[in-house]
Design a protein around this ligand. Structure first.
Ligand code: ADP
Ligand code: MG
Length: 364
């Protein structure tokens, strides 16, 4: 079997590392100028030039059985074209919905999944009236291409709109009412082409400067009923989208319930802990799902967590302590950049949090 991945980053790398162990072959499609060192040793890397046809790229990729993606920021028409040659999972519809915050939140609400109140704005002039309608404070987000907190402006009052000067070209935007959350959680789930669904336990996420720093499982400050509600939501989304592969959803936990924030039609940074805590982590699960293999049940005991290495190295002594697992992406280390992560497991949450806090204090 052969899978071709759109993208050459660490998510593509980790999918391939797991798939290769099962005898699956990989190839990768990148855009001109993209640095492919994460995946260079894992399969052939093909560069998509502006003149290349889908048919010629399909052949250059080794005529894969499945095309998948490590990112939502793909040209969906181009992605869809591959479906005349092989399976394309997840579907271009799922990618299209999640690559735009307005479509994504509209879709979530249509499926009965609550989100922050939102309003679109296509020009800077539309921001003040839209914010007035929602009520300050609001967050303005670019509808597309935002990640790790980039392309966002927090507005406490109309005067803050001045902070958006120079942002004219980054629209259209989505305004969201600020959600007073108690904590941020995420859920990662998979659906196979045979229709099997498995949902991992929820993780609690802490961000630093808009970038995920740690994930911890199980989530302490959420009730069983709320956790079940999140799992029901993502199961409904998987079924409604006739989804194949791993799907992730970020949520806020508030006093009045769960509020969904974002979907990612792919493996997710907040699911990296699964690599070392359950029978099959999210990367292996994605490979299983898109090839129509049985999914692994996400059984786990004890607690698990992850610390992102954001522009920092770790020593082997730190990263390879008992119950620590080192994942390094082979990228150039630059300030703030995701260059690796360390997964930690422990018999209980208290021990996990203490090990993770020690690691964080040593590394940052
Ligand atoms: P990104 O694509 O950059 O991850 P998010 O929508 O997840 O964008 O926003 C990044 C972070 O900003 C979130 O993890 C959360 O901490 C905060 N945030 C985003 N939207 C809201 C909101 N409506 N209310 C409160 N905080 C928010
Ligand atoms: Mg997010």
């Amino acid at each position: 079997m052969r899978i071709a991945i759109l993208g050459v980053g660490q998510l593509a790398r980790m999918m391939a590392l797991d798939g290769i162990a099962m005898g699956v072959e990989f190839s990768f499609l990148k855009l001109p100028g993209e640095d492919s060192r994460c995946v260079d040793c894992l399969g052939s890397v093909v560069t998509a030039g502006p003149q290349d046809s889908c048919a010629s790229l399909f052949e250059a990729l080794g005529c894969p059985d499945v095309i998948t993606t490590e990112k939502e920021g793909v040209d969906v028409d181009f992605y869809e074209q591959f479906s005349s040659h092989c399976a394309v999972y997840p579907s271009s519809r799922a990618v299209w919905i999640s690559q735009n915050r307005l479509r994504e939140k509209t879709f979530l609400n249509d499926q009965g999944v609550p989100t922050a109140e939102f309003a679109p704005a296509t020009s800077l002039e539309e921001i003040a009236p839209a914010a007035e309608r929602l009520g300050y404070p609001v967050i303005v987000k670019t509808q597309e291409n935002g990640y790790d907190g980039k392309g966002q402006w927090w507005l406490r009052s109309e005067a803050d709109i001045a902070s958006m000067q120079g942002a004219e070209a980054s629209g259209p935007w989505l305004l969201e009412k600020v959600v007073p959350f108690e904590c941020e959680v995420s859920v990662v789930a998979a659906r196979s082409s045979a229709g099997q669904v498995e949902v991992y336990p929820l993780a609690e996420n802490v961000h630093r400067d808009g970038v995920l720093l740690t994930s911890v499982v199980p989530v302490e400050s959420i009730s069983q009923a709320q956790s079940d509600e999140v799992k029901r939501h993502i199961t409904r989304l998987l079924q409604e989208l006739d989804y194949v592969g791993v799907l992730s959803m970020e949520c806020f936990v508030t006093e009045s319930g769960i509020v969904a924030n974002e979907l990612a039609p792919r493996v997710h940074n907040s699911g990296h802990w699964t690599q070392n805590a359950v029978p099959a982590g999210q990367f292996e699960q994605h490979v299983r799902a898109v090839l129509g293999f049985p999914l692994a049940p996400p059984e786990m005991s004890g607690a698990a967590g992850m610390l992102n290495l954001l522009g920092v190295q770790a020593t082997a002594e730190q990263a390879l302590r008992a119950n620590h697992h080192w994942h390094w992406y082979g990228k150039e280390v630059r300030s703030g950049r995701k260059v690796g992560h360390i997964n930690v497991t422990a018999p209980n949450l208290l021990a996990l949090k203490s090990a993770l806090a020690k690691l964080q204090a040593e590394i940052y």
